[in-house]
Design a binder for this molecule. Structure first.
Ligand SMILES: *Cc1c(COP(=O)(O)O)cnc(C)c1O
Length: 374
């Protein structure tokens, strides 16, 4: 029997979002980012939808995710974004994953293992164009590119970078990163023997930086139905809006009436100031519904918003339903998604949790039973 707590993923929303992204891409390839178990939505199920809709490649963080996709039967290019180290070379080759090289140190080993197998390996190189996280600096790129070009079994297929602030419209930072990327690839083009692809756009750049598409775009968050700039994105979206694909709901397990002056839950952080009706939900931080949401979040019951009251514990949450009317054990409570004409979005929860929608989706999606609705 399934838990009362249920994350549902709607395939039709994923399909819709992919097609919105594809239209924004304007004809260049779309790599679908499915890292983080597809942002908590289920990697293999989501990848299947995106591939059916025309994804040219898939993006994961680590080699084991790439292996899982190969074992599920995917044959298109799978880029491994966390990079490659000597320990992951063999599996990368065995499963024909596309490594992203961030450092010159691994090139010899990769070329050697490819030689041993008598195979060519396509690789991408990551440049640090201003993210300050991973990759080679612009001034180190020529050396790295030449090293890859000289390695007999390696084919340089792509050069990429990543934006740190693309969700912010008209940010000077994004123009600077784009400028650096452009300048460096101009220099690299001069010393390349083969045709190489360039890519830099995440969701933010796909929606807000039309000059950043190059040969491929790499949306993640937008495929799952959220805008990288949160509510502002939703409010200003022109034309077809993205549709959130994930909902999270549960069932009320007890309804209680407590007198004025009752302390609620661990730490007794709230004392009732009136006779209060509570709904008890079998959800807590073990479900990714973090303690930070205590006394801050709202849930939907009978199509109305009701506040979470008192501390959220590992498996239980209290909701004040005094103003909601007749509620019974077994009734549905929606923590993320729609009920009646009310909606709670991942951005709403992110605001209460002091974080971003990405983190909310990963937490809820990965810590609950998930049902994929085709
Ligand atoms: C996660 C990731 C993306 C996708 O970013 P979104 O903001 O979710 O669209 C693109 N490129 C790289 C390198 C990433 O790590």
């Amino acid at each position: 029997m399934l838990s009362h707590n249920k994350v549902e993923i709607r395939a039709d929303a994923l399909r819709h979002n992919f097609s919105v992204c594809r239209r924004h891409a304007g004809g260049v390839d779309v790599l679908a980012m499915v890292k983080g178990d597809a942002y908590g939505h289920g990697m293999v199920d989501c990848a299947r939808i995106f591939v059916q809709e025309g994804a040219a490649a898939l993006g994961v963080a680590e080699v084991p995710e790439g292996i899982a996709l190969r074992e599920a039967g995917f044959s298109l290019p799978i880029l491994v974004f966390a990079g490659i180290i000597p320990q992951t070379v063999a599996a990368t080759l065995d499963y024909e994953l596309t490594p992203i090289i961030t450092d010159v140190a691994v090139v010899d080993k990769l070329a050697h293992e490819a030689e041993k197998r008598g195979r060519r390996v396509k690789v991408h190189i990551k440049m640090d164009a201003g993210m300050g996280r991973q990759g080679a600096l612009p001034e180190e790129m020529i050396t790295l590119v030449q090293k890859v070009e000289e390695a007999s079994r390696l084919t340089l297929q792509g050069i990429l970078a990543h934006f740190p602030m693309a969700e912010e419209r008209n940010s000077d930072n994004s123009y600077m990163v784009l400028e650096r990327f452009n300048r460096t690839i101009e220099e690299i083009r001069g010393c390349l023997s083969t045709n190489c692809h360039y890519h830099i756009a995440n969701s933010g750049a796909l929606f807000y930086l039309p000059d950043a598409k190059f040969d491929m775009v790499r949306p993640g968050l937008s495929l799952y139905g959220c805008y990288p700039d949160g509510k502002e994105g939703v409010e200003s979206a022109e034309g077809e809006k993205l549709q959130p694909a994930m909902t999270f709901s549960t069932r009320i397990i007890q309804v209680r009436r407590l007198p004025e002056g009752s302390g609620l839950g661990y730490g007794q952080t709230t004392i009732t100031t009136r006779p209060t009706t509570l709904a008890v939900l079998p959800v807590g931080y073990a479900n990714g519904y973090l303690r930070r949401l205590s006394n801050r979040a709202q849930v939907l019951i009978r199509g109305r918003r009701a506040p979470v009251i008192g501390r959220i514990s590992m498996n239980l949450t209290l909701v004040d339903i005094t103003d909601i009317g007749e509620v019974a054990p077994g009734d549905e409570a929606v923590l993320l998604g729609r009920q009646g004409n009310q909606e709670l979005t991942a951005d709403d929860i992110a605001e209460w949790m002091d974080t971003i929608s990405y983190e909310v989706l990963c937490l809820l999606g990965k810590m609950n039973e998930r049902v994929f609705i085709r």
